[in-house]
Design a protein around this ligand. Structure first.
Ligand code: F6R
Length: 594
């Protein structure tokens, strides 16, 4: 969703801020803007545009800037207009602000402090800029900003420029991520490590309720009462720096191909040389002590949770339930007092999950976040977190994070339980099988052309964990190809949806479970006898004749191999349709609003 970037240093602020915004494009946005201190004109300039960063670049006529802040906006409150794009300025123009987050009490603030102000936009951010102006009438700038911040309810990551001091940028954070990096020539800030990657050697992820003063030679950190805080910078993660497309035409294809490497990276991170699992004891003990495991997640991460459920039940012999986070937050079921909550989130910022976490913490339940981003809010706020080591996932459609989540959760369930399953060997064989399969990715492209050309509806069917994969496969196909797709439990077809099968309706059938393979074959016959066109994807042991046959694997881990052709089907379908594969319409990478 929205992204922010700022830089203060030599005359490269324009380039560094625009580069940072481009690196955040993957998160999804519909307008963008920058505020720059123009070094030649010795004045602040603001440029905003609807649409892409390239559109913004065309209107910027500042050559060199010593300081700059920028923003990509994904509209939530207020339409997609140039007026609503950030930065926003205060009435007298003194404060220039970019903001991620939502100020819940902006109406109350407006009527208490800004009654006489005429506002230019529909945003809460303009209220923030004006609040600083109100307090700055009587207070030094730092105190004025802090007084403003203390009155904000909700979430914010803010970068603030003050026209009276071109040598400083202020930063503040509460419940929306913000990082500050020590740049090779200055200081850089951003809402995502990606924005800092090429420009900083080391960074600090700000804590909630902190406030920073950035200068070209470094930054000072304070609490909201002005008390100075110490900090230690963390070295920039090498994998973040290396995150470009390489030889691949799209990030999604690159990320699909990275899956075998990531599975091996996960094995290195969480098993020792004797193939024993290696997780912190405290995490394992929390799982062992719990009577029931609740998994909370959204979208693709929720689908990874559906695969993890039988793994936890089989390997730890504890009941496990999976909940959609946006439902759980508001319609909480009865919960046993010895429950453990596992929150799965690639980004670690999903607002639906943050709402659940706040509630669970208030009620005192133990929480564990499984995430790709160790600096994220959910990683920091849960009792414990486990990293999935997938490296930055740039394509909006999640692929490698899904398989990394399943692999880490499998190892975790295995470590907490007492089964004799040779988990390390299984996952290592799966990495090999995926590699082998990816060598024939072109064949999937051909299947896509013959199955989906000219189609606007499709189905995925499967039973047990094949059904869990069918849900993920159908989400993947619909989100980037815009072909309406449903994932169904194969046995449910005849209870209604079979009515939609007609001559040529494309159905992808997933078959990897020995116990239900024959039942799924019957569903296929029902579809084919009504003219439906079925493409089978299965493991060789149970679906020898499958159109796309994958190597045999442990049935509980089959989703790790089965999902790969489904990811490629989605990719090639979107490619054939000429869609923006890495940035599908209407979607954002990190969904920070409920
Ligand atoms: C789909 C996709 C989304 C995310 C969902 C949760 O490809 O990526 O469905 O899985 O928005 O996001 P995270 O995992 O960041 O909590």
């Amino acid at each position: 969703m929205c992204g922010i970037v700022g830089y203060l240093g030599n005359g490269n602020a324009k380039e560094i801020v625009l580069d940072g915004l481009e690196r955040l494009e993957y998160r999804g946005y519909d307008s963008a803007g920058v505020g720059l201190f123009d070094s030649e004109r010795k004045t602040y300039r603001i440029f905003k545009e609807k649409g892409r960063i390239d559109d913004l670049k065309r209107v910027i006529n500042t050559e060199s800037a010593a300081a700059g802040i920028g923003h990509t906006r994904w509209a939530t409150h207020g339409k997609v207009t140039k007026e609503n794009a950030h930065p926003h300025t205060s009435r007298n123009g003194r404060f220039i602000v970019v903001h991620n987050g939502v100020v819940d009490n902006f109406r109350a603030l407006r009527s208490e402090y800004l009654d006489a102000f005429r506002l230019e936009s529909e945003t809460d951010t303009e209220i923030i800029a004006n609040l600083f102006e109100v307090f700055a009438a009587a207070l030094p700038v730092q105190d004025a900003i802090r007084e403003g911040l203390k009155r904000l309810e909700g979430s914010y990551a803010l970068l603030i420029m003050d026209r009276e001091d071109s040598g400083t940028v202020y930063a503040a954070k509460h419940k929306s991520p913000l990082l500050i990096g020590s740049a090779h020539s200055g200081v850089v800030a951003g809402s995502d490590l990606m924005a800092l990657a090429d420009h900083a050697d080391a960074y600090l992820a700000l804590e909630d309720g902190t406030f920073a003063e950035l200068r070209p030679d470094g930054f000072s950190l304070y609490d909201l009462n002005g008390g100075a805080l110490d900090y230690t910078l963390r070295e920039m993660d090498a994998e973040v720096v290396e995150s470009d497309k390489g030889a691949y035409p799209h990030y999604m294809l690159k990320e699909i191909h990275e899956q075998p490497i990531i599975l091996r990276r996960i094995l290195d991170a969480y098993t020792d040389e004797e193939e024993r699992p290696d997780f912190p004891n405290s995490v394992l003990e929390t799982i062992r002590k719990s009577g029931r495991i609740h998994i909370l997640a959204a979208g693709t991460s929720m689908h990874a949770g559906l695969v993890a459920k039988p793994l936890f039940e089989t390997l730890t012999e504890k009941p496990a339930e999976v909940h959609v986070a946006s439902e759980f937050a508001h319609h909480t079921p009865l919960i046993d007092s010895d429950s453990l909550f596992i929150l799965i989130s690639q980004s670690g910022e999903t607002a639906d999950l943050r709402a659940c976490l706040n509630r669970l913490k208030d009620e005192g339940y133990p929480t564990l976040t499984v995430t790709n981003v160790r600096t994220s809010t959910l990683a920091r706020e849960a009792d414990a977190f486990v990293e999935i080591h997938a490296g930055p996932e740039i394509a909006v459609a999640s692929t490698k994070a899904y398989s990394a989540q399943i692999a880490v959760l499998s190892l975790l369930a295995h470590a907490a339980g007492a089964s004799g399953m040779p988990m390390k060997r299984e996952i290592s064989n799966i990495a090999q099988s995926i590699e082998k399969f990816l060598e024939q990715a072109d064949a999937v492209h051909d299947h896509v052309k013959s199955m989906l050309e000219g189609k606007s509806h499709a189905f995925y069917i499967g039973r047990g964990v094949d059904h869990a994969v069918a849900l993920e496969a159908s989400l993947k196909l619909k989100e980037i190809s815009y072909i309406h797709t449903e994932g169904l439990a194969a046995g449910e077809l005849k209870h209604g949806t079979l009515a939609l099968i007609e001559e040529g309706t494309p159905v992808f059938a997933l078959i990897s479970q020995p116990s239900t393979a024959l039942h799924t074959q019957s569903s296929i016959s029902e579809i084919e006898s009504r003219g439906g066109r079925v493409l089978t994807i299965g493991t060789e042991d149970v679906a020898e004749e499958a159109h796309i046959a994958l190597r045999k694997t442990h049935p509980l881990l089959a989703p790790l191999v089965l999902v790969v052709p489904a990811q490629l089907i989605a990719y090639y379908a979107a490619l054939e349709l000429g869609n923006d594969i890495d940035k599908p319409r209407n979607l954002a990478k990190s969904v920070t609003v409920e």
